[in-house]
Design a protein around this ligand. Structure first.
Ligand code: DGL
Length: 272
């Protein structure tokens, strides 16, 4: 099989996408990863579609310039609001989106009767997950719930305990009364709150973490397109941020699972 040792890009509005980068590192230890977190402009989840598309386009321009073989849209908000426009604009840059991976994971057998997607306000208002699921299966009932405070909770490390419990209870009360078959964590930060969400919803729903789904989907995508790096090499990581590299460095371990090295601050606008 042909190999392609160029790096793969992974991007997010901030450090949340490190949950995807970590899952990808585990699923594909031989791939070089270039991560970009737009820490100067996070959060994207409460911004307008036009702004999110512009930010996504600047990031794809940056990653193209780095010579990546493909880029993973790890940010559910960008994937929900901007993926079609980015694919149209960056025809030479294969894009894998956390959304298509999440949709595929939800529709594996046994296909649920009811599922709930948790995401940012922008993700929920885009209705992209419901549309993605209904494109394949019209008979699945899809509910979407915006849980904006989960993002700062994860960043502050408040993923368990009374504050996290009360906020989960607040957002998930309607689902608690009649739990769906599947709950999809449609936001980069929510995997950190998985235990809290599971405790709030009880044993019925199967919780799908879109970060792991995205990593597995990316590996299959690379294989299908003969883009896998040589199995003999060991993958490396390089991290770029648009602000506060020291802060990123400190918080990143919580999302990536280990310390990150080599964080460089860049300016996106200058490069586009
Ligand atoms: N990365 C975003 C997402 O997955 C969450 C943080 C933000 O709002 O930018 O939707």
């Amino acid at each position: 099989m042909k190999n392609d040792n160029r790096p793969i890009g992974v991007f997010d509005s901030g450090l949340g996408g490190l949950t995807v980068a970590a899952a990808l590192r585990k699923a594909a230890p031989n791939e070089d990863i270039i991560y970009l977190g737009d820490t100067a402009r996070v959060p994207y989840g409460d911004k307008s579609p036009e702004t999110i598309r512009r930010f996504g386009s600047e990031i794809c321009g940056f990653l193209s310039g780095k010579g990546v073989k493909a880029a993973v849209i790890a940010c559910n908000t960008v994937a929900s609001v901007a993926a079609p426009q980015l694919r149209k604009k960056f025809r030479d840059l294969p894009l894998v989106s956390v959304l298509e991976a999440g949709v595929a994971a939800c529709l594996e057998e046994p296909v649920p009767e009811r599922l709930a997607v948790l995401g940012t306000k922008a993700t929920v208002s885009s209705d992209a997950y419901r549309r993605g699921i209904h494109r394949v299966r019209r008979d699945v009932l899809v509910e979407s719930v915006a849980c904006p405070l989960f993002v700062p909770l994860a960043e502050e490390g408040l993923t368990e305990g009374p504050v996290a419990g009360m906020i989960a209870e607040h957002y998930l009360r309607p689902l608690r009364e009649n739990p769906p078959d599947i709950v999809l964590l449609g936001c980069t930060h929510y995997p950190l709150l998985q235990k809290n969400i599971a405790e709030c919803l009880g044993p019925k729903p199967r919780i799908i973490d879109s970060a792991t789904a995205c990593a597995d989907f990316t590996v299959r995508f690379l294989e299908k397109n003969s883009l896998r790096a040589s199995a003999r090499k060991k993958g490396s990581e390089k991290f770029f941020v648009t602000d506060m590299p020291a802060d990123f460095f400190r918080t990143a371990a919580r999302f990536f699972g280990s310390m990150v090295g080599g964080v460089e601050k860049i300016s996106l606008k200058e490069r586009v």
